[in-house]
Design a binder for this molecule. Structure first.
Ligand code: IFG
Length: 491
């Protein structure tokens, strides 16, 4: 059986084989648009991989020669994202309680098929070798350990050279590994990357440059809404971050009135941090925050808006607490829950607010207040860290992060005060001070993101680098077929 990443909870091979043929059909429960979409996604993948035109039809029950996607028959214990995948010589049945589970069962089915089939777009059916389409019979029961399995993409330091298309490529690759959160770091000192209609200069001026004076850019609200919808079709929630009150030079450069002295600073193209702050004592600052959060909330189907809060080194402590407390109220007034970097645990967190651990003990303080925590320890999960001293791209302030180091940690063992029950899940940030192109992004993200996906999904028990590295090596062919520019899988 092909190596599956993330490792399923259980997989028992039954010693026979099932072969897809051009008589294979995909069947779904009737009257369910989400299942029709997932069926179409699978048919589309099989069509691109092998040139088949497999019909998607409704069926009351699984039948021979079919790949059945059904919401009946799955154990309730599999929850909202789990699935059961049963392959027999007669056919395949993927059963789940919710469509997301079926989507993840489809990703496992993809990985059971030969890696070479990925990215074979344009191959015609006749030159498909039927042997390609044989998979071992197996019974897989699977469900994730954590509900938050994510990656963060900083589009502020550098705006993706390929714009929306680069982000969609990342979303497609995340889906193959069952990740379900894409945190977009939309604003920082060097760039404001989302059009805010009530404050248009934020994007027009604040989005016009990037680190090293590289080309700027920003998402229109239509483009951003398109990304949110595309991610949702892959069962990924987009989590927007508007970083406040520090990391705000792009906003301050766009509107002089946002500055305490009424003077706008120049656009910033270096990579220092901690020098900028909104003007905490000006009322216009809160009008700005309210307008921005209102427009972002309207573009955010998910429950969380991330408001940053990190490295506010130019905001006096008492001002920071006052400001972030008001921001929390504004986020809630717009029907969302506040997510912030762990420094924000210096305020009284409202029920439902959550913090993201990256480098100090404030997340443990948040957990002691009953808040939930997302684990992004820089020394293990920061994908902008170099792999080793020979890596040209990336930074190394948190130390080099080898493929092994990115895998060899457990979220429940990072900080004594943060028990598993307080952990929403894991997220791997890619900061883009040194990253300009999709190719450079893929080199830093892959393969380390696969390990993060496994940490977020698979049981902690028994997880080991020694075992994982063999499965990871087995994914080289798949990443190769997908055209991913990955760093060598194991050093
Ligand atoms: N820390 C800063 C980021 C980025 C990062 C680069 C956080 C929360 C260092 N803040 O990580 O803006 O500069 O590794």
């Amino acid at each position: 059986m092909n190596p599956i990443i993330p490792l399923p909870v259980s997989a028992v091979e039954t010693g026979a084989a099932f072969t897809l043929t051009d008589n294979t059909t995909i069947t779904i429960d009737a009257n369910n648009d989400e299942l029709a979409a997932i069926g179409g996604y699978l048919a589309g993948w099989l069509g691109a991989a092998g040139g088949w035109e497999l019909p998607v039809t409704t069926a009351a029950a699984p039948r021979a020669g079919a790949i059945a996607l059904t919401l009946s028959g799955a154990d309730a214990s599999l929850g909202a994202e789990g699935y059961q995948l049963t392959v027999t010589p007669e056919g395949v049945v993927i059963a789940a309680n919710r469509p997301a589970g079926l989507f993840y069962g489809v990703q496992t089915l993809r990985q059971l098929l030969p890696a070479e089939l990925e990215g074979q777009a344009g191959r015609s059916a006749q030159d498909v070798n039927l042997a390609d389409w044989t998979i071992p019979t197996v019974v897989i029961r699977d469900a994730p350990r954590f509900g938050w399995r994510g990656m963060m993409l900083d589009v502020a330091r550098h705006f993706p050279a390929g714009g929306v298309e680069d982000v969609k490529r990342l979303i497609d690759l995340m889906a193959l590994y069952k990740l379900n959160r894409l945190h977009l770091h939309l604003t920082d000192d060097q760039g404001w990357r989302l059009m805010i209609e009530s404050w248009p200069r934020l994007a027009e001026v604040g989005g016009s440059m990037a680190v090293d004076g590289d080309p700027g850019g920003y998402f229109t609200q239509a483009e951003y809404a398109g990304l949110v919808a595309y991610a949702a079709s892959r069962y990924i929630d987009v989590v927007p971050e508007i970083d406040l009150p520090g990391h705000t030079n792009a906003a301050l450069a766009s509107y002089p009135e946002l500055n305490c002295d009424g003077t706008a600073p120049d656009l910033y193209t270096d990579i220092g941090v901690g020098f900028s702050s909104l003007c905490i004592d000006k009322e216009i600052t809160y009008q700005f925050v309210d307008d921005v959060i209102r427009e972002v909330a309207a573009l955010t189907p998910g429950p969380f808006i991330h408001v940053g809060g990190d490295e506010a080194l130019s905001t006096p402590e008492a001002d920071y607490v006052r400001f972030m407390t008001r921001v929390q109220q504004i986020v809630q007034a717009h029907g969302k829950q506040m997510l912030a970097w762990e420094e924000a645990a210096r305020i009284e967190l409202a029920p439902g607010s959550a913090v993201q651990h990256w480098h100090d003990e404030m997340a443990a303080h948040a957990a002691s207040q009953g808040a939930q925590v997302i684990m992004s320890p820089a020394a293990h999960s920061y994908l902008d860290m170099k792999y080793d001293d020979t890596t040209a791209l990336g930074l190394n302030w948190a130390g080099n992060v080898s493929v092994e180091k990115a895998y060899s940690w457990d979220p429940a063992a990072v900080q004594p005060g943060i028990a598993e029950s307080a952990i929403l899940g894991v997220e791997a940030p890619l900061w883009t001070e040194t990253v300009r192109t999709l190719e450079e992004l893929e080199y830093l993200v892959f393969p380390r993101l696969l390990g993060i996906a496994e940490i977020g999904w698979s049981p902690a028990a028994g997880r080991s680098w020694k075992e994982y590295r063999v499965r990871l090596a087995g994914h080289a062919a798949r990443l190769e077929a997908l055209g991913v520019n990955f760093h060598p899988l194991v050093e």
